[in-house]
Design a protein around this ligand. Structure first.
Ligand code: BMA
Length: 850
């Protein structure tokens, strides 16, 4: 066959499997992962290194350094990221492989700035950890040993050089705040932005081959990627599936494509021509009878409220997004094993979350993350990786960003879990509210750069690649409102538009009046400390006090440790044991109680705002608290500790995100109970409100409301009574001596979890005794399932069961105990026994810490 004549082949695309077959046109892959060697710039360090992996992990595994997370090691090992490192491997390439028309050296992920050498010749360079790179190497391969070297530049020095080269104006922030103990100018390098430190994470500017390396050889063409998105044609009322084949053809080739969805009996066979080189080939399959996941972001006028709505309509139905924000699960991505992702995502589902935002300062997650979200029904708000900074817009930077965005969208768009793309984290807000003190005269330059990067480039690339989902330019943003103001709104936090981020550490977090009545709360939260079992492996005895160097070192948020105590002290007595270690442990506990209660109050407020407009504001349709997980063992906003243990907040989330939820609050002189329902069918519910005295686990009295219709997807008032009347009708109760519990019922019994409302701050409660709780552990199922029966002498608040080093989850935790006995289940994460669990189990309640 002559070189210029198109060749013909058949390509079958079975959509259900995303699988392509090229009969007679096989490509050959040679895996180059495994043990490489690694050395630093002067050759003083030389060791074996696993690929995929990173320099820090390799040094740790080879015993050159200790656990990077131990005590102050993040600072001790700062030198690593100031050195240059070279990965080397030797491989053979068979004559058969070399006989192929094209042989590519493929890197799925290089972190970050590298020159790639094959047999002494530079074959290419990389500058972006979020891109896949391939280099044509056929003519460089030889018989016998081939030597492949990847020389990585210090990311810290590279970023600083790029900053120096950008002399016309500043691209802030220059450096992170001192409290973060981080490196500068991370915005000049396309790498995980939080790897130079964050307010919840250490500075470990990684270097390495963080994804796979291989050779791919083929003769005619290679299918690089198959992706598909469903699109709905409103006027024809018809779905079509747009299938895209990214193909690399050695020469123009005629092909026959069979697109089939066997489950739907849909098949289409078409002739096509693949042009020489890398091309995108789009085909459409019309479908008649079936529905795919559709998603719209609805921004339209709201009756009685200025501004625009902001909610996701999935499959034609408005959905309240409940969930949290996802950050990298480890500083070293090679340590994020499938089990880590599974545990975190299963924890999100167990806490009744339906959505996660993959935050823009981390990484585009691995494929498994999105497959699990597809499978588990977690909707993903996917940021692009730009956060809390201005960014340069030089042509080489823009070019690498465009390629990054195109590749990531191509990789991820087949996942139905992704419901929106979003350009960056907080950069609109940073510009609008002038975080970086930009002189007014220079503002137009920064506005122009902002629009160039996120609108003219990132948005343009996304729209080219995927029109099946909405695109937001930033978070928080006014959405369509921001667009009208040239993409940077004067107040991106405006509750009448878009989404908001809201943090206040000094105001009383139990007071719902302090929360913005927003359309969509995409970030809000409070810090807490992780439990002792999580801190113990990275600390020593002298670290175990709140005022220790270690406790300050781990806190990366300015004044964070004091903020937690001040918020706690608004409601609780602070721990005051004479035993310093007990005080430390009790302080960990009280920070978790405080965080759990604060996020509960705020989330319940957002959920009850879904149907109302008050003072022109409301119709909240999303509550994603900051943050789900942790990158290392340290205080942070997370609800799950590094290692996977649930904080009290995560147990609370399971209740406050329940599909049917009673929310109690005071407004003026009245106590109200709202019924919130995310169900698709209507209910008729009444509230049962019980009054207890702090001094006795028997109810003083119980009231029942009339039944109230609660339509599916709404929040409705089911109970309203002046507090004074409520207490007056109930023995000798006062705000200080009594508290309320409540739940919802219909004719089928209780609907949703029980909830409670305190009428005073617990530190002012009269009659709260030390409950002297005892626990009896029984094994229910061989080594994994246990019952824990608690017996309490009196009412106990925030009863917390901690199984120490035994991993696992309790059926409920952090609860209010208004009975003398309560049994909860414990599911162990590894095999254990009743004796070990009993020994490890510590039960703490509010009255035990002072
Ligand atoms: C938001 C996030 C993160 C940060 C968090 C807590 O601004 O986007 O940048 O970690 O608040 O401060």
């Amino acid at each position: 066959m002559s070189k210029n004549k198109p060749r013909t082949l058949t390509l079958k695309c079975l959509l259900c499997l995303f699988f392509a077959v090229l009969p007679g046109f096989c490509s050959v892959t040679v895996n180059l992962n495994g043990k490489w060697s690694l050395s630093n710039s002067d050759g003083s360090v030389f060791l074996g290194a696993e690929v995929p992996g990173c320099v820090h992990s390799a040094l740790h595994q080879a015993g050159f350094i200790k656990d990077p997370y131990y005590r102050f090691n993040d600072v001790s090992y700062r030198w690593i990221a100031f050195d240059n490192w070279t990965y080397t491997t030797t491989f053979t390439a068979s004559a058969q492989l070399r006989a192929n028309q094209r042989v590519l050296l493929v890197f799925d992920g290089v972190d970050t700035v590298a020159s790639i050498w094959l047999n002494g010749i530079v074959v290419g360079k990389t500058d972006n950890m979020f891109r896949k790179y391939d280099f044509a190497v056929r003519d460089l391969l030889k018989d016998g040993d081939n030597v492949l070297k990847v020389s990585l530049l210090s990311p810290v020095l590279y970023a600083s050089e790029r900053r120096k080269a950008h002399s016309a104006y500043r691209v802030p922030p220059e450096c992170p705040p001192d409290v973060q103990k981080g490196e500068c100018h991370v915005n000049f390098i396309r790498k995980e932005q939080s790897s130079f430190s964050w307010d919840w994470g250490p500075s470990f500017p990684t270097m390495g081959l963080w994804k796979g390396v291989r050779l791919e050889a083929f003769d005619v063409l290679q299918l690089i990627r198959v992706s598909s998105v469903p699109l709905y044609n409103l006027s024809l009322s018809q779905w079509r599936v747009q299938v895209e084949l990214l193909v690399d053809a050695v020469q123009t080739t005629n092909g026959q494509i069979a697109l089939s969805l066997p489950e739907l009996d849909s098949e289409r066979i078409l002739q096509t021509q693949f042009l020489t080189g890398k091309t995108r080939n789009t085909f459409t399959l019309n479908i008649n009878t079936v529905y795919f996941r559709s998603v719209e972001l609805v921004q339209e006028p709201v009756v009685g409220s200025p501004g625009l709505s902001f909610y996701f309509r999935v499959n034609g139905k408005p959905i309240f997004l409940k969930g949290s924000n996802w950050i990298p699960a480890h500083s070293f991505q090679d340590r994020v094993a499938p089990a880590v992702l599974r545990n975190l995502l299963a924890s999100a589902v167990e806490a009744n979350m339906n959505a996660l935002r993959v935050w823009g300062g981390g990484v585009y997650e691995q494929d498994l993350f999105y497959s699990l979200c597809d499978e588990m029904g977690i909707m993903v708000w996917q940021d692009f990786m730009f956060a809390c900074a201005m960014y340069p817009t030089e042509e080489d930077f823009m070019q690498t960003v465009r390629e990054e965005v195109a590749q990531q969208v191509q990789r991820l768009k087949s996942h139905p879990c992704i419901i929106t793309w979003s350009g960056n984290n907080e950069n609109e807000a940073a510009l609008a509210t002038d975080w970086f003190n930009i002189p007014a005269s220079q503002r137009p330059t920064y506005l122009k750069d902002y629009v160039t990067l996120y609108v003219d480039n990132i948005r343009a690339v996304v729209q080219e690649e995927d029109r099946s989902r909405p695109f937001l330019v930033s978070s928080p943003t006014n959405g369509a409102g921001s667009e009208q103001q040239g993409w940077v709104a004067s107040d991106p936090y405006d509750p009448h538009y878009g989404d908001t981020h809201f943090y206040s550490y000094s105001l009383d977090c139990w007071d719902w009046r302090t929360f913005p009545r927003t359309r969509f709360a995409s970030e809000y939260g409070f810090q807490s400390w992780p439990s002792f079992s999580t801190l113990k492996p990275v600390s020593i005895t002298e670290d175990w006090s709140y005022g220790s160097n270690f406790s300050s070192h781990r806190q990366h948020h300015q004044d964070g440790n004091q903020q937690m105590l001040r918020q706690a002290a608004l409601h609780f007595h602070l721990p005051n044991s004479t035993d310093p270690t007990k005080t430390f442990l009790d302080t960990l506990y009280i920070t978790q109680v405080t965080q759990a209660q604060c996020v509960k109050a705020q989330t319940e407020f957002y959920r009850r705002c879904r149907s109302e407009i008050i003072g022109g504001k409301g119709r909240t349709m999303g509550a994603l608290y900051w943050q789900l997980n942790d990158v290392w063992p340290a205080p942070s906003w997370s609800s799950i500790e590094f290692g996977g243990k649930w904080k009290m907040l995560h147990y609370f989330a399971r209740d406050f995100f329940a599909a049917v939820l009673p929310v109690g609050f005071e407004d003026g002189d009245a106590l109200l109970v709202y019924a919130v329902s995310d169900l698709s069918h209507d209910l008729e519910l009444w509230a049962v409100v019980s009054v207890y005295s702090w001094s006795s686990p028997e109810p003083v009295c119980t009231l029942k409301s009339d039944p109230v219709p609660v339509p599916g997807g709404s929040a409705a008032t089911v109970f309203k009574r002046p507090v004074a009347a409520l207490l007056g009708a109930c023995g000798s109760c006062t705000r200080l001596t009594c508290l309320l519990t409540f739940h919802l019922e219909d004719s089928g019994g209780q609907q949703g979890p029980s909830n409670h409302h305190f009428l005073c701050k617990p530190k002012d409660a009269r009659g709260l005794q030390r409950p002297n709780i005892t626990a009896t552990v029984r094994e229910l199922e061989a080594g994994y399932v246990f019952s824990v029966t608690l017996r309490s002498a009196s009412v106990a608040a925030f009863v917390w069961l901690d199984a120490g080093d035994v991993p696992g989850r309790f059926g409920s935790n952090g609860f209010l105990m208004v009975s003398r006995s309560r049994t909860v289940v414990f599911i162990a994460g590894r095999h254990t026994g009743a004796a070990e669990l009993s020994r490890s189990l510590v039960v703490t309640s509010l009255r035990d810490v002072y």
